[in-house]
Structure formats: structure tokens, C-alpha cells
Design a protein around this ligand. Structure first.
Ligand SMILES: *Cc1c(COP(=O)(O)O)cnc(C)c1O
Length: 341
């Protein structure tokens, strides 16, 4: 298969239209057969549920080429399960998990020419999502839904080397107790836009959100979970019902424990103790881990010993091991790597 002529190394994180996407519609209580289409457009009634009351959920994962030339996807079964959880919370019909996996496979296969070559640092980002599609004006769940999967090639996350981030402790809240912080829904992002635009305007890369009930505990950023390393090399991550259960974070904890022999803790992490940590990183599909160099809490600076030039040593090891597993250089735990072709 001939790859597309794309300058992979210089691709950004933007939408590039590819040839095929998957669509299935839900009507009269069931999902139709579904299938691939070349039509990238979505035509909806002006009163569609998603447009009025934001009834939509999504997922994000990546396909890439391994060292031995296979196209693979990392733990898509966890994305399928998480999307089912998200759908249930927003009163949407679950798109069956095995069909989700099949749809992802079909779309990646059909767009194999867009999967960046091994070593380019670029990947094929996969975006499954679903939304209420029929007219809804009185507030209630839609009766009809559309499930779609499209893919778009994205460039290497750290272009020209890793740069530790500077965060600010946000005065805005991301998620309410017993709210929707634990599901992957567009509504959580819509309301975070003002907070991130404000943070950028003030010179920060990201927001650190605290738990909104007590504003004493670390939750996450707008789109990535925290991972901390203590001075005695324990890996610590916040436990909370209102953070999104990152698949990258769960995988990193496994790697820390089973590949690197480190102690791991999932527990309440208080803002007050953050200054005691040796390293800090943000984890998510996009970057795997982005190191954090500094966190600013209303003028008070917390500077991690790992500094503003590079990743700390433990976070670097976690990053190297997980990306090594993903790229097929290190043996993966059973079931983590799904071979597409
Ligand atoms: C998607 C997402 C993450 C990262 O999850 P991964 O499964 O690792 O990509 C973290 N936080 C939020 C709010 C997210 O939406």
C-alpha cells in the first residue's frame, strides 16, 4: 500500500480529512448495520438533540506503525468500555463494544495510507463519537442517534524536543461532585474553554483543577490526568470519582509496578503536598506524558527539581517503557496491542 505524500514530521495536531469514515444510525430502538462512507459531512435537523442540549460523547485513541511494519491500536477495548460508560451517563444507547472495535478496525484499515510510518513520530488519531440526532425541544434524551468514527493523521507531540509545562491552579472548576467529570463528554470541554483561554492569556500552558467541593485536592487538567513521583521514587496519582479515567494513566501505573518495580499509589493528593514531589507529568493519549516543570498557585511558585529543560528521570523511564511497548520494541502485556494489519 502506497502511503500518502504527507510531511509527517511537520504535521500538527489538526484535522486532515481522510477518505473513509464509519457511520451507524440508531432508530426505533436499534442500531442499523452501519458501514464506511466517503461523506465527511453530517446533515442534521436544526433542532437535533446534540445542538440543543449537548447530548454527545466521544473517545480518542491512536493507530501507528510498529518497528516491524504492522499497523496497531493501543488498548481500544478500554476506549470501547469507557464510551459505553459515557453513553449510559448521558442516557444514550450504548454502541455495542464489539461493534465499536470492529468499526475502529475498519476505518483504520480503509485509511491505511494515512497511518504515519514507523519512526516519524506521527500517528493516526482515531475519533469515535456519538450524538443525539433527532429534533428535541422539551428537555429529554433524543430517540435517534448517530455513531461515527473518523481518523486524522497527527504530528509528533514534542516537536523540537520536550518542553516542561507551566501550569496554574485554576479558579474555575472542571467537574462537580456526582457530576460528569468521569465521562468523556463534549460538555466537559465546552465549559473548560473559557478557563483555558484565560490561562493561556496569563501565560500558562494548562490549568490544574482542584476538587470543587473542598478546593484542596488535585484533580486533573482539562484533558490529561496527573502523575507525580515522590522523592523516594513512588509513583502517585490522584484518586477521585470526578476525574476522567485515563487509559494512558492506568497503563503507566501498570508499567511502573510491573516493568519498573516501583511502588504506586492511587490516593487523595492535596495541593499542599505537591511541593514535596520530585516530578510531575500529565498523561493522555496525545503526548503519553508531558512533563510539568512549574505550577503557579496564585503567585506562589512550585518548581519541580526536574526543572524546565527535560523530563525527570522516573517520568522519562515511564515514557520510554510505555512508548517502547506501543512501538513493539518492548513486549506488551497480553491484549494491549491490537494488530490491524
Ligand atoms: C481523554 C481525557 C484524558 C486522557 O485519557 P486517555 O485515555 O489517556 O487519552 C484525561 N482527562 C480528560 C478530561 C480527558 O477527556
Amino acid at each position: 500500500m502506497e502511503k500518502k505524500q504527507i510531511d509527517w514530521e511537520n504535521l500538527g495536531f489538526g484535522y486532515v480529512q481522510t477518505e473513509q469514515r464509519y457511520v451507524s444510525n440508531y432508530k426505533d430502538g436499534k442500531w442499523d448495520e452501519g458501514g464506511l462512507t466517503e461523506d465527511a459531512g453530517v446533515v442534521l435537523n436544526e433542532c437535533a438533540g446534540v445542538l440543543q442540549y449537548a447530548q454527545t460523547v466521544f473517545e480518542g485513541m491512536k493507530a501507528y506503525t510498529t518497528e516491524d511494519g504492522k499497523i496497531v491500536v493501543f488498548r481500544p477495548d478500554l476506549n470501547a468500555a469507557r464510551m459505553a460508560d459515557s453513553a449510559r451517563r448521558l442516557e444514550m444507547p450504548v454502541f455495542p463494544e464489539e461493534r465499536f472495535l470492529e468499526a475502529v478496525k475498519e476505518v483504520v484499515k480503509a485509511n491505511a495510507a494515512y497511518v504515519p510510518p514507523y519512526g516519524s513520530g506521527a500517528t493516526l488519531y482515531i475519533r469515535p463519537y456519538m450524538f443525539g440526532s433527532n429534533p428535541v425541544i422539551g428537555v429529554k434524551p433524543a430517540d435517534e442517534y448517530q455513531f461515527r468514527v473518523f481518523v486524522t493523521p497527527v504530528g509528533p507531540y514534542f516537536k523540537g524536543g520536550v518542553k516542561p509545562l507551566t501550569l496554574c491552579v485554576s479558579d474555575f472548576d472542571r467537574a462537580a461532585p456526582h457530576g460528569t467529570g468521569h465521562i468523556k463528554a463534549g460538555l466537559n470541554y465546552a465549559m473548560s474553554l473559557h478557563a483555558i483561554v484565560t490561562a493561556h492569556a496569563n501565560g500558562y500552558d494548562e490549568n490544574m483543577y482542584l476538587d470543587s467541593a473542598t478546593r484542596t485536592k488535585v484533580e486533573e487538567t482539562g484533558g490529561a490526568n496527573f502523575i507525580f513521583v515522590t522523592k523516594d521514587n513512588k509513583v502517585v496519582t490522584p484518586h477521585s470519582d470526578t476525574i476522567l479515567p485515563s487509559i494512558t494513566r492506568r497503563s503507566l501505573l501498570y508499567v511502573a509496578e510491573h516493568y519498573l518495580g516501583l511502588e504506586v499509589e492511587e490516593r487523595d493528593v492535596y495541593l499542599d503536598e505537591v511541593k514535596e514531589f520530585a516530578e510531575c507529568g500529565l498523561c493522555g493519549t496525545a503526548a503519553v506524558i508531558s512533563p510539568v516543570g512549574k505550577i503557579v498557585d496564585h503567585g506562589k511558585e512550585i518548581c519541580f527539581p526536574s526543572g524546565m529543560e527535560k523530563m525527570g528521570p522516573t517520568i522519562q523511564k515511564l515514557y520510554d517503557t510505555l512508548t517502547g511497548i506501543q512501538m513493539g520494541q518492548i513486549e506488551a502485556p497480553k491484549g494491549w496491542i491490537q494488530v490491524i494489519e
